[in-house]
Design a protein around this ligand. Sequence first.
Ligand code: SAM
Length: 216
Amino acid sequence: MNEVIGAHHEFHDDEFVVGWADRFVPTPERLELFNIILSELKSHIPPNGCVIELGVGPGYLADHLLSVLPKIQYYGVDSSRPMLDTARQRLKPHLARVAYVQADLIKDNWWTGIPAPVNAIVSTWTLHDLGSQENVEVVYTCCAQVLQGGGVLLNGDFIKPDKAIYEYEPGRFEIARHIEMLHRVGFKNATCLVLLEEEIESPTAGQNYACFKGVA
Ligand SMILES: C[S@@+](CC[C@H](N)C(=O)[O-])C[C@H]1O[C@@H](n2cnc3c(N)ncnc32)[C@H](O)[C@@H]1O
């Protein structure tokens, strides 16, 4: 049982990024996650609201949201130039409503160029890549400060299941710890909306992800 559930990434390598985007075309389960985020945005933000995505990657979630919410203004943050290039290609039909920020979520002030008010911050499959619970807390803290009062954070990310029989990489941790953390940094009504692809016995790095919600 020495296996650690996690993934090795080279998000700054062009070839790796093309391969990653091809491998992770959204599955029905991931579309379920996207639709949960969509439905929360519909009920929490104004039609022309401002949405930031942390770790926009190849732009799959962004495309999904921008296609259904025709007036939102979108900011895609990512540290990887090849990922941002891939997102730019995918999101061409939404050109006028998307801006890109190349920044590291831990080392840079990723929010500085984004005008207030920010109504929502969304993210999928990203914060676990920050490598530790401490780094996730740093980002949750920034989100609580960047969002306007009543704004919503929706983070769909990999977790460590409560009944885990393997070790998980440090950025993947229990649902209850995410909720505690969200409360600690000032979010109200922090909750877990869903747990998807739960697998205890033989998990892959692409299973066991949950969607967390906090209201600023
Ligand atoms: C596993 S991919 C997920 C991409 C996309 N959110 C999705 O669900 O398809 C993680 C993304 O987070 C970005 N990322 C990882 N660490 C980051 C950091 N420290 N700062 C900003 N972006 C980061 C990567 O470049 C990559 O685009």
